[in-house]
Ligand binder design. Structure first.
Ligand code: A3P
Length: 297
């Protein structure tokens, strides 16, 4: 085993305003909270494993007229700053990277609404929120947890479900996350996207993003963007499949970052009992909002 591998240590988990984060994210949150974006900056927000990278790549291609070469200019983490990025993803702080970029910049965050820098709302930045149904998000997160050596130690499947339901996973409660942004989407002009809609009709959703960004691209370019961002093409694209992160950090022999890309994979994981218990709890937590999630298409 090399020195680098032996130096990897699982992070302590620390709560900020009740939300658990790895310690190396907590260290960044003060600076991040004071970040002042340019009004032209675009924010892409999601709970982890909701299709963020997919949305990021679509946005990058839209902003570069569907040009595949432009989108391959650098790994996605260099093209679009991950606001609370740990230093193992980026060899510099995201705030330093942002200083090197000229607005309009595209910025990604997984922060829940209450921790998202207020500067984005004060400056009326455009914001895309991408949401995915709870069960598939949980499954994707579970597999990611297995391969991410910089995250908390992997849990049993049963424990992982429990932690998801009780908001104990890093970045906190999925339920509060999706509800928080849903409730302010109109007043803050947030484009609220669903992973399932993107799977069902990528062209339609790419056009929705294009319109939101006030762009106007011909249909052949939209088709090209849809083709460049298929699951298969993204899985093979080293600029988005996170193969740029060393294997001792993201061990893609355990699970690939771009893993399965399906709606309904939860059916291959949940037992009928686990599913029933999850649904009962879901109804209670989500009863006051009517977010049209779909667990199959
Ligand atoms: P699975 O683990 O279910 O396959 P994020 O980027 O937010 O971390 O989300 C990762 C999830 O999005 C993974 O889900 C990944 O496979 C899926 N994904 C990435 N690119 C995709 C694409 N082009 N089409 C469908 N799903 C995609």
């Amino acid at each position: 085993m090399s020195d680098v591998q032996t130096s990897i240590r699982r992070p302590c988990i620390v709560k900020v305003k009740g939300i658990p984060f790895p310690e190396f994210i907590v260290e960044k949150l003060d600076a991040v909270s004071g970040f002042c974006p340019d009004p032209s900056d675009l924010l892409i927000v999601s709970f982890p494993k909701s299709g963020t990278t997919w949305t990021q790549e679509i946005v990058d291609l839209l902003l570069h007229n569907g040009d595949a070469e432009s989108a391959r200019r650098a790994p996605i983490v260099k093209r679009q700053a991950f606001l609370e990025s740990p230093s193992f993803l980026l060899k510099q702080s995201s705030l330093d990277l942002l200083k090197e970029m000229t607005p309009p910049r595209v910025i990604k965050t997984h922060l829940p609404l209450q921790l998202c820098p207020v500067g984005f709302w004060e400056n009326k930045c455009k914001t895309i929120y991408v949401a995915r149904n709870a069960k598939d998000t949980l499954v994707s997160f579970y597999h990611f947890r297995g391969m991410n050596k910089m995250g908390p130690e992997a849990d049993s499947w049963e424990n992982f479900i429990h932690k998801f339901m009780s908001g104990e996973l890093v970045w906190g409660s999925w339920y509060d996350h999706v509800k928080g942004y849903w409730e302010v989407r109109e007043e803050r002009n947030i484009l609220y996207l669903f992973y399932e809609d993107m799977k069902e009709n990528p062209t339609r959703e790419i056009k929705r993003i294009m319109n939101y960004l006030n762009l106007s691209l011909p249909d052949d370019i939209i088709s090209r963007i849809a083709e460049l961002t298929t699951f298969k093409n993204m899985k093979e694209n080293p600029m988005v499949n996170y193969s740029f992160i060393p294997n001792h950090i993201f061990d893609q022999s355990i699970s690939t970052f771009i893993r399965k890309g399906e709606v309904g994979d939860w059916k291959n994981h949940f037992t009928p009992e686990q599913s029933a218990k999850f649904d009962e709890d879901y109804e209670k937590k989500m009863k006051h909002v009517n977010i049209p999630f779909r667990t199959q298409i």
